[in-house]
Design a protein around this ligand. Sequence first.
Ligand SMILES: [Zn+2]
Length: 282
Amino acid sequence: MAALAIINSPVSIPPTDRLYLPYEGNFVTSKAGCKVLSISRPEQQQQQGDDATGTLIDLAFDASPFHPQGGGQPSDVGTISIERTEQILTVKKATFSFETNVVTHHCSVVAADVDIRVGDTCTLNVDSETRLLHSKYHSAGHLVDSAMYRLGYELPPEKGYHFPDGPTVEYKGLVEADKRQELVKKLKEEFVTLVNEDIPTTICMQIKEEAEAELNRTQKNFDFSLFEDPEVRIVGVADFKCPCGGTHVRSTKELSEFTVTGIKCKKGVTKIKYDIMPSTSV
Ligand SMILES: [Zn+2]
């Protein structure tokens, strides 16, 4: 059937149940029975028509294990299997709207006769290798935070970039020029220590005010005025807690391939670079 002609995105749909948010959800990469709530086509493609890469459609479900791009972490990729027809779609990217709290799955459709309808149930499969790699890059960024804290650098965290093409964590404030290379050396050592300590990751929802009191006990490192909900997801990696929406590994011991690789101080911001060591692979 010309299923892709039925495109009608419902005006509003309920928020997506994001399955990766609870602790165990970090390791869930497949979920059957996810119900299609909306189907739409990217506006750009509606104007340009389908091309050789295949038709693109955007799907939203009642629940999803896909981590959407955000918080410095790349999007999951994977597949969607329509349970009624057993047809497969490829998920190229997932995005999240803070306005609607809906995760949109941007999919490519190779078969011209794909039949998908609102109300269909699908099995959502996240590429588990890519997820694990993203979780490692993200968690290693947290480990740098912890190492900085242990070394006495309580600089307020700015953004993190946890993509494999040049991951960094940023802090407000500068490290004195003559202490920078020494800091990199110490961070490398602290990184190894934290990995060897095999510290378990913790994830919990905390009342905003309680989380703010606990996390900012020593210094006002985090700005909780940015959070609107009464509860905030607090992630602890290597004994260092912070508000976070990403996916993580179970323990610091899984980050043994990583190390700190450099420092850059510019315009009031300190950037610590980290990456997988060249001699190892994830
Ligand atoms: Zn995180």
